[in-house]
Each structure stands twice: as structure tokens, then as C-alpha cells.
Design a binder for this molecule. Structure first.
Ligand SMILES: Cc1ncc(COP(=O)(O)O)c(C=O)c1O
Length: 471
């Protein structure tokens, strides 16, 4: 299957031709043909995408700047999801672009095992500065999925290092999304992501999720009720015995499943139960980190200190793949003591602390800091919340949920075609020049922190039109 993809330099080439040759129709159309590359689309297997339907009607981005993407047919698309929850400072920030270019020209790659480079140290220290007090070490990887698998492995290895060798069980939560590695889908609770791939890791159990629409429908921010849902961990402890459990992993705000802010007091209670039973608490902050909830990390926003924090996405503003795990004091040292001078953790990736990713990460942190973007996210959040909840009352909307610059609109599924309604809303918004995200029958929003109120209005107006139009 072939599709003509317009190159990003198309406009420049046409302008140059017109300038150099005058506007001879024939010449221009010849150059137009050359500026348009013909790609065979068949070989590319898109992730989490119905490929055949996509290729019958592809959507192709060729460039980006600030809050906008440009498509191959020259349309501007307002991005209300920060790419995929990651471009918190908007696209192609000149400082991040320059840092990557400079690093690429200085040193493309350095092996991360038994050798290091200066930016890896610098970025680790800067991340620890951003973390809640009491965190001491950062382990680098290349994605959120790798961060999750790394954190699970650190948790089990740590328990072993302190003599708790039977603590190997990992507890996740229904509807959790922790990426797509076998560790992540095992502790994760999104059924479609699991059911094709069994058997998954043994020794995993799941707490129940925290959404109770009967009690919390259309709540702004954290639901009032549901703190006691954390006690589900006690049920699991009673079933398996604490001595078998290494860790619990949760997203502080469950995002990919359709935006479930934690009930008030829930995370605090989970922390207490973990402490009581010697279980490590992992916050998967791949989305909630780096200002998304208006604080450095959700751990600070909720004032709950986990033992391990996973991160990715906003870490480099999405510009270069990177993930990481931050460990609180005591975890690294226990492993190091146990190793007695040898390797503490038999784990790592060829691209751990990749120089380009570190350069992008440092530049992203500079931009966040110099432009006060986490505060900006916090300042925009109430307006975003207000406008989002003004959609209440439109046909099909069953619930609206939000926290920080994260929003979810839950639509009633069509009885015969779950997910179809939200997909159609997504497509209609795209036609009208706005990128939203559909996950199941939920529309998710996660705008960049540089979005203006007028652009929030445009996103909501577009959604209003789209939701009103679908049957
Ligand atoms: C909470 C959470 N964990 C892990 C991941 C996986 O990250 P990646 O797609 O970079 O592997 C995601 C991705 O959305 C996520 O939201």
C-alpha cells in the first residue's frame, strides 16, 4: 500500500522554485512531485493501532512547533495531549533542540557499563534535587516500560539483600497501566494488554481499582470517598502473607486507563499498610512526573513518599527516549553492602544514560525551571478543570474526571461496539484540527503546560462539537 507523504521541506522547496525559476506551472509541478516522497506503508507495523484501518486512511505528522503539529497535507493540528503525555513544554523547544544537536556532534554514544560521561552524573543529581527528600540514586533506562521492569527488579533484589528472600510477590492494581514489558503487563490491570500474552509472571496479585462512579461521578479532582479501598492490600496480605510480598506498584493518578485520580487519603493509607508489612511502595510516575500535576512529582503533590519512583516521558520533554527509576536512601546501600564491592545489580541497558537523552533531559529541566512551567501547569489547572467540566450534560457523557493538567471524559459505550464512539470523537476532533486521545470509550487530555486559555477553549469547543455530532 502506498501513500504520498509530503516532506516537511515541501513549502521551502516550492518557494525556492518560484523564486529561482519564476512561476512556470510545468516546472513547479515537476518540483512538487520531487518534494513529495512516495512511501510504501505496508512494512511499518504501528503500535496499539488497527493497522489496516489506519493505512486506508492515514494521519501523518511531518513537523511540530510549540503546541502544533503539521500534517503531510499542510494542516495545523493543535495538540491537547502533549504528543503522548510527554511534551510538557510544547514541541521543538529551541533549547532542547540545540542541546541534542550539540551533544550529537560532541559524543554520540558512550557505553554505560563500567564507564560514564559527565551528563549522566549531572542529570542524576538534578533529578535527585527534584525528587522528594530522602531519595538518593537514579537508574537510567529508555522508556516507561523499562523503568517499571527495573523498579520491580530493584524491589525484589533489595528485599533479598536485606535477607527477605521469600519476598518475591508483586502487587499491582486493576486498570493499572505500567507499560508493555512482561513485568509491566503482569502487574498492570488493563485486560486487553494482558490477555493475548499469557502466561504472565507468576506471583502477582492485584488490588481493586479506585473508580466508584456511583459515589464520585463528575468529581473535580480527588474523589471524596474511597480511602478504604486501600484496605484491599490487607486482603491480599492476609491471603498470601506479607512475608511473600516484595512491593506494590500504583500510578498515583491512573492515566492510561481513563484518568482515575486517587480518592482522598487513599495513597496515605496505602503507604501506612506497606510500612506495617515491610512492603516497598512504587509510584509509577511516568505520566505524573515533571509537573503534570503542578508539582515536581505526584509524590510531592499528595505528600506521600514512595520507596521507588519510575519516570520517563516528560523527563526529556519527549524529545529523546529515556526512562529512569529513583530509589530512596537505603535501597542502593543495602544492595551495595550485600554485593561487598561487586556489582550491586545485574541489570542495565546498552542505552542507559544515553548521551543524547541526558543532554535532552538536562535541557528539559532547564526549560521547566527557567520558564516556571510546573507553576504554569498549576496555574492553568483550575481553568482547564472548569472548562472540562462545562462539557457535563452533553449527550453520551457518563463522567468527567481531572487532576492537574490531566482530564478524562467517559462516554457511554455503544452496546455493539465498545470504543467506537470515542474513536469517532477522536477522528472528528482531528478533522477539526485538534489532537485528543481515545482510550476505550474515554477521551483523555493532557495539554502542554504552555497552553493558553484560548487554546483550552478551542479544545473544549471542538470536543463539544464532536461529542454532539456522534450517535
Ligand atoms: C504510568 C505508565 N507507566 C509506564 C508507561 C510505559 O511507558 P513507555 O510507553 O515509555 O514504555 C506508561 C505509558 O504511558 C505509563 O503511563
Amino acid at each position: 500500500m502506498t501513500h504520498k507523504i509530503r516532506s516537511p521541506i515541501y513549502d521551502e522547496i516550492i518557494a525556492a522554485v518560484e523564486g529561482a525559476l519564476g512561476s512556470s506551472e510545468e516546472r513547479i509541478s515537476k518540483m512538487r512531485e520531487q518534494a513529495t516522497s512516495v512511501a510504501d506503508m505496508e512494512a511499518y507495523w504501528l503500535p496499539f493501532t488497527p493497522n489496516r484501518a489506519f493505512k486506508a486512511s492515514p494521519r501523518i505528522f511531518v513537523s511540530a512547533e510549540g503546541l502544533y503539529y503539521r500534517t503531510d497535507d499542510g494542516r495545523e493540528i493543535l495538540d491537547s495531549v502533549s504528543g503522548l503525555w510527554c511534551c510538557n513544554a510544547g514541541h521543538n523547544h529551541p533549547k532542547i533542540v540545540a542541546a541534542i544537536q550539540q551533544q550529537a556532534a560532541t559524543m554520540d554514544y558512550a557505553p554505560p557499563f563500567q564507564i560514564a560521561h559527565p551528563k549522566a552524573f549531572e542529570l542524576s543529581a538534578r533529578l535527585i534535587d527534584l525528587a522528594p527528600k530522602g531519595f538518593s540514586h537514579v537508574f537510567f533506562c529508555n522508556s516507561g516500560s523499562e523503568a517499571v521492569d527495573t523498579a520491580l527488579k530493584i524491589a525484589i533484589a533489595y528485599q533479598r539483600s536485606i535477607g527477605q528472600v521469600t519476598r518475591t510477590r508483586m502487587i499491582g492494581r486493576e486498570r493499572g497501566y505500567h507499560g508493555v514489558g512482561f513485568g509491566g503487563i503482569s502487574v498492570g490491570g488493563m485486560v486487553a494488554n494482558r490477555k493475548m500474552f499469557g502466561p504472565l509472571l507468576a506471583g502477582v496479585d492485584h488490588m481493586r481499582h479506585t473508580l466508584d462512579m456511583d459515589k464520585s461521578r463528575f468529581t473535580k479532582g480527588q474523589p471524596q470517598y474511597g480511602e478504604e479501598l486501600a484496605d484491599d492490600l490487607e486482603r491480599i496480605v492476609a491471603l498470601h502473607d506479607a512475608s511473600t510480598i516484595a512491593c506494590v506498584i500504583v500510578e498515583p493518578v491512573a492515566c492510561s486507563t481513563g484518568v482515575l485520580p486517587p480518592p482522598k487519603g487513599y495513597l496515605q493509607r496505602l503507604r501506612k499498610i506497606c510500612d506495617k508489612h515491610g512492603i516497598l511502595l512504587i509510584f509509577d510516575e511516568v505520566i505524573t512526573g515533571f509537573g503534570r500535576v503542578g508539582a515536581n512529582f505526584a509524590a510531592q503533590y499528595f505528600d506521600v513518599k514512595p520507596d521507588l519512583i519510575t519516570m520517563a516521558k516528560g523527563m526529556t520533554n519527549g524529545a529523546v527516549p529515556m526512562g529512569g527509576v529513583m530509589a530512596r536512601e537505603g535501597i542502593f546501600s543495602a544492595l551495595a553492602d550485600k554485593a561487598g564491592g561487586g556489582i550491586e545489580l545485574f541489570h542495565g541497558y546498552t542505552y542507559s544514560a544515553h548521551p543524547l537523552a541526558c543532554a535532552a533531559g538536562l535541557a528539559a529541566l532547564d526549560v521547566y525551571n527557567q520558564e516556571g512551567l510546573f507553576n504554569r501547569a498549576a496555574e492553568l489547572a483550575p481553568y482547564f478543570e472548569q472548562k472540562l467540566h462545562e462539557l457535563k450534560g452533553l449527550q453520551h457523557i457518563e463522567d468527567i474526571r481531572n487532576l492537574g493538567l490531566i482530564g478524562g471524559i467517559q462516554l457511554a459505550p455503544r452496546p455493539d461496539a465498545p470504543g467506537a464512539r470515542a474513536s469517532e470523537v477522536f477522528a472528528r476532533c482531528f478533522e477539526r484540527g485538534v489532537l485528543v486521545r481515545a482510550t476505550g470509550d474515554i477521551i483523555a487530555l493532557s495539554p502542554s503546560f504552555v497552553m493558553e486559555k484560548a487554546q483550552v477553549d478551542r479544545v473544549m469547543d471542538t470536543l463539544r462539537t464532536a461529542i454532539s455530532a456522534v450517535n
